[in-house]
Design a protein around this ligand. Structure first.
Ligand code: PEP
Length: 266
């Protein structure tokens, strides 16, 4: 049995005081359930405060991104050792808001969906390996954009992203990775992917892991669904055989909604 993992990606939201208020409210609402891993990923500036507030709780901490060098002249970047220093156990990489799509015709590339950070399959692999090398659990996001889904490329896009992410990663390390299947058209849009279809694509991710790292790793690897997960659709999604949790954006900013999703997972 794989342990479900519910992770909240707070993105660019919250002062330190607001992050503290949110995590304090969440602590009060969360059931004590050791069968679910609960992770919050606040902005870097609030990591230390949220870590201090969660020391004696079941809430675990993650970073929203990692740079693949340990230290040096890389202005603005955050390294694995820095994340560990703040109390992180997990880190997200490859989020669609950070993957660049430059040079690719993309009808849904609009000013309010800026993917300006230029992450690509190569940097996502470097970040995933940096996370593993530092003992952090990677939450590696993969998923197709709307035009790729509409032209029947979903399976190929997801397979390619998973294969690239796992380049030079051993089967033992692969077993510890969390993949998040996040269809880009479902993120922050209120359009949730149908549970059957989300489960099917998560199955493709698992089969791809099996083809690279073997059945044991594929059986162990945890695969989240992400994209407009809310308390009212969580149970349907989380009840599927290949879906081992959720990566939650908008709903993770409301303590009651995030707690509702955690309860649905347990
Ligand atoms: C996300 O950003 O990873 C995400 C899934 O966002 P939302 O839940 O708001 O769709």
């Amino acid at each position: 049995m794989r342990k479900p993992v519910i992770a909240g990606n707070w993105k660019l939201n919250g002062t330190i005081a607001e992050a503290l208020a949110l995590v304090t409210e969440l602590k009060a609402l969360l059931p004590t359930n050791e069968n679910v891993d609960v992770v919050v990923c606040p902005p870097f500036t609030a990591l230390g405060t949220v870590a201090a507030a969660t020391t004696s709780s079941a809430i675990q901490l993650g970073g929203q991104d990692i740079f693949f060098r340990q230290k040096g002249a890389y202005t603005g970047q955050i390294s694995g050792p820095m994340l560990l220093d703040c109390g992180c156990k997990y880190v997200i990489m490859g989020h669609s808001e950070r993957r660049g799509r430059f040079g690719v015709p993309e009808p849904d590339f609009t000013d309010d969906v800026l993917r300006v950070f230029g992450d690509n399959d190569t940097t996502v692999n470097l970040k995933l390996r940096a996370a593993l090398a530092n003992g952090l659990i990677p939450i590696c996001c993969v998923g197709e954009i709307l035009s790729e889904r509409e032209t029947g490329q979903t399976d190929d896009v997801v397979r390619k992203q998973v294969i690239a992410a796992l380049k030079d990663v051993s089967p033992e390390e692969t077993a510890t990775v969390i993949f998040a299947y996040e269809p880009v058209w479902a993120i922050g849009t209120g359009k949730v992917c149908a549970a059957d279809e989300a489960d099917r694509v998560c199955g493709i991710i698992r089969a791809t892991v099996a083809s690279i790292a073997g059945d044991a790793a594929a059986h162990a690897v945890r695969i989240q669904y992400g994209g407009s997960v809310k308390p009212d659709n969580a149970q349907d999604l989380l009840g599927r055989p290949n879906i081992d949790g959720a990566l939650v954006g908008g709903a993770s900013l409301k303590a009651a909604d995030f707690a509702g999703i955690v309860i649905a997972a347990g």
